[in-house]
Design a protein around this ligand. Structure first.
Ligand code: KG4
Ligand code: ZN
Length: 345
């Protein structure tokens, strides 16, 4: 740490990861601590919200302590505390928001509220500190699938979204059905590498006149095929199913992204969110960037899935314009990614 650096503590508790991180100047990660309650949820095949909130309560203070210790800083050294205030599981979000408010009040530091998806996008500033808006981001997670125009650091316009399932949700559902476990995305990614992606032809949905996504038909077609094989007592070719499904999801994401890039003429692109950890998607994004001669930023794997470094990175840009929250800050299960109010102080 140098004297001039702006240190921000980020806190993220929107789902089943309790995370805290100290980031300098919005991109230099000094610590990144994550306690996941995935083991608690594994036997249920998905996140149980009540159990996630309870685990956050147990983990949040040790995780924050470790983030400060690993970074070699104390609360007094911080410029601000940033926290995810939505969207996500309300009980989980509340633990992070209440903790951030208490720390901000006790240490007399400004509080910054961060939209979870803005945080995912900000993981790209960690990967590439030279990246500056405007750019287009493909934001794909367990609950969202958006093509976002990042007009400036705090302003976003959603150009496409899913009409039904998010890709991560579909990966998790298929993985559960074929007995791979939870979370399913990384497991499908792994076994798909040995599979034949032409094994099963799956629908790739397009709507006339816009770039929105739909993954429920693709998911149902995969599930129907699995059920048919099971009803005939046939073995499931797991790797082939995984490869066919993954290819159909990624092809759909990349095709729509390509159309939006061409329509907007944007030259800088990024990917973000848990599904951006997918190896086939990362490869396809690189091919797309080569094909259209674009500047592509891809977050490091550890900053694709939920973490607090991305929250601290985004909070930095709110800090710079003194876009602060006060102690009335609440958490929101549903929260649109949109336009920040102008700050006039
Ligand atoms: O962004 P994230 O950590 O949490 C949400 O904000 O939802 O995303 C989690 C999602 C899960 O559905 C998980 O299965 C998926 O990201 N995921 C992946 C991979 N790694 C995580 N999906 C496909 N391939 C991966 N390698
Ligand atoms: Zn996320």
């Amino acid at each position: 740490m140098t004297d001039k650096e702006t240190l921000i503590l980020g806190i993220e508790t929107s789902c089943d990861e309790t995370a805290a991180s100290v980031v300098a100047d919005g991109h230099r990660v000094l610590s990144n601590v994550i306690a996941s309650s995935a083991d608690v949820h594994r036997k249920f095949g998905g996140v149980v919200p009540e159990l996630a909130s309870r685990q956050h309560l147990d983990d949040i203070l040790p995780v924050v302590d470790k983030a400060l210790t690993d970074a070699g800083v104390s609360l007094g050294d911080l410029a601000a505390i940033g926290v995810t205030y939505g969207p996500g599981l309300i009980g989980s979000l509340l633990v992070g928001v209440a903790t951030a408010k208490a720390l901000a009040i006790s240490a007399d530091k400004p509080l910054v509220k961060v939209h979870h998806l803005a945080g995912h996008i900000a993981a790209n500033y960690i990967a590439n500190p030279k990246l500056k808006p405007p750019f287009l981001a493909l934001v794909i997670s367990g609950a969202h699938s958006h093509i976002v125009k990042v007009t400036d650091y705090r302003n976003f316009s959603i150009l496409a979204r899913t009409r039904d399932d998010a890709p991560g949700e579909a990966f998790d559902k298929i993985a559960r059905q074929i007995g791979l476990g939870y979370p399913g995305g990384p497991l499908i990614d792994r076994i798909a590498q040995q599979g034949n992606s032409d094994y099963l032809q799956l629908p790739r949905i397009k709507f006339a006149g816009n770039y929105d996504f739909s993954f429920s038909g693709l998911k149902t077609a995969t599930l129907n095929h699995i059920n048919q094989l099971r009803s005939k007592h046939q073995d499931l070719p797991l790797a082939d199913i995984a490869a066919s499904f993954q290819t159909a999801v990624v092809d759909t994401l990349i095709d729509h992204f390509r159309e939006v890039i061409v329509a907007t003429g944007c030259r800088q692109i990024a990917i973000a969110g848990g599904v951006s950890a997918n190896s086939y998607l990362r490869k396809a994004a690189r091919q797309l960037a080569d094909e259209l001669d674009l500047e592509l930023t891809i977050p490091e794997l550890c900053y694709c899935t939920d973490n607090a470094a991305m929250i601290a990175a985004q909070a930095y840009y709110h800090y710079l314009v003194r876009d602060f929250a006060d102690s009335s800050l609440n958490a929101y299960a549903c929260l649109e990614l949109g336009t920040a109010p102008a700050i006039d102080r």
